[in-house]
Design a protein around this ligand. Sequence first.
Ligand code: PRP
Ligand code: URA
Length: 207
Amino acid sequence: MNVHIIDHPLVQHKLSIMRNKETSTADFRKLLQEISMLMGYEITRDFPLEYEEIETPLQKMNAPKLSGKKVVIAPILRAGLGMVDGLLSLIPSARVGHIGLYRDEETCLPVFYYYKMPQNKERLVILTDPMLATGGSACDAIMRLKKDGFNNIKLMCLVASPQGVKAVNEKYPDVDIYIASLDEGLNERNYILPGLGDAGDRIFGTK
Ligand code: PRP
Ligand code: URA
């Protein structure tokens, strides 16, 4: 299974504060941004390097620099937006796409409403969404990206259920999944337990 759990103590500490129902919208948003930056450090670990001759004040050297095409950060709206700024602080030149999906409250199935991605399909896509519950939204987003020609995709979530991880992994074994926590499961409304509630509402203060 291509699942990477980022168990860094700072990530785990910040996630615990986010889970607390007393945490304010402002703190929730800030913590999500900070965790996204810390997770981004791991996600970018396998980025290729190339060597370029430069001159330090003392001598010439072959210095490592990032090579390859620029990255695309693709948040699943709305909640995925909360992970964009943290990643951009690490990769300022990244492009940003948008995939609009919401989960129907009755059926829990994803409803599609927006798609905008850069033209160059060779780029690595970091697909962001804090919550991987049934996996329906992530699978739908990956399906659309692949149909559009993107074949190098990493999925970055904060909290995942075993069902969500399994769903993505079975359908898209080539997509690496990065999470901060693999939680216990889902409740009868397909919310992650213990989870952190509705991520979109907590980020944007809409409840
Ligand atoms: C949430 C979350 C994911 C999806 C996860 O979005 O941000 O996109 O649900 O559930 P799934 O794995 O079962 O598909 P929501 O539909 O609440 O939309 P929002 O981000 O606009 O609030
Ligand atoms: N969407 C959320 O925001 N939270 C969950 O636990 C499940 C879906």
